[in-house]
Ligand binder design. Sequence first.
Ligand code: KIV
Ligand code: ZN
Length: 385
Amino acid sequence: MRRLYVFDTTLRDGEQSLGITLNVKEKLEIGRQLVKLGVDIIEAGFPASSPGDMESVRTLAKELKGVVICGLTRAVAPDIDLCAEALRKAEYPRIHTGIGVSPVHMEKKLKLTPDQVVEQAVAAVKYAKKYVSDVEFYAEDAFRSDPIFLAKVIENVISAGATVVNLPDTVGYASPWEYGELIESVFKNVRNIDRAIVSVHCHNDLGMATANSLAGIKAGASQVEGTINGIGERAGNTSLEEVVMSIYTRRDGYGVESKVNTREISATSRLVSRITGVTVPDHKAIVGANAFNHASGIHQDGVLKDRKTYEIIQPETIGVPKNLISLTARSGRHALKHCLQELGYEVEGAQLDDVYQRFLQLADLKKEVFDQDLYVLMGDSGSMA
Ligand code: KIV
Ligand code: ZN
């Protein structure tokens, strides 16, 4: 099995979500939980962006041990100086520098020729190497770049000392097969690629960030970047919990394993949601409130007979104590009997039929039937076990 390095950017790309600003204390609290979760790299912020972010990176670098602490920079010396200063106390510091490589980024945003971009990229990596040995280079908008030019940039930054090369789908434009091909082409066309780790960094504009990241991993990438709950600018980043659990659940399919402690996933998701104020949709994969909640009769009957019928992940694996059976108008006798048993009632045969008919009348009036409703239903029929 190849080792998959998990790079968490909740505190940098995730914080770029509209409406989120995290102070030092909040970043530290999330950072401590990310260490418990077992991610390999924490991107703590973009020190040149504000004094507050500088302070956050400095604090996390000093306080968090046993994990790589990373800061983002543009490919310019003043950003790199500030980042190096912020990372001074880190046990394992990493500078993440880079530049746009797609035609639209080079022409419209940077107003640089491709040759000037290569020159600036190489200079930035060499400059960062004066401070730290671990330098990651991001080729912003790599997916929309010319693959031949991308290979040239990557080869040059690796020769300049980059230890990790990050190939972002910055605007979430890729499909899984195309992103997989991009990663394959880098392995094929960059002569010194064996000297660096290839990293995937995807955005969710078309809802494919997780699928694209997995395609990149399957094509040989050994680092995945993303955020908890998928927070991030516009439609967000790759949800790390989705990638980690996809790999955990389908290990043989990807040929990689991470050292994430999956049992901390739920706690991490809840903490990030509480601190950022960004609620997790009920139906969100892995961490949504309904992810382990069975609501229809056929499914409830199935899981009560054998959980494997409708559960591909045991909730305990991500730190959720148990699955849920929610009673609705779609529930059957089996689920009702089970929920009544949990409350201490034993009902069978004709008595169960009677309670079930009254349950259905109530369920048609409500979205969900709760324990209190069951007590009322049992008030005039059934007996306590
Ligand atoms: O999406 C992106 O291209 C980025 C880089 C700055 C790493 O977040
Ligand atoms: Zn990004």
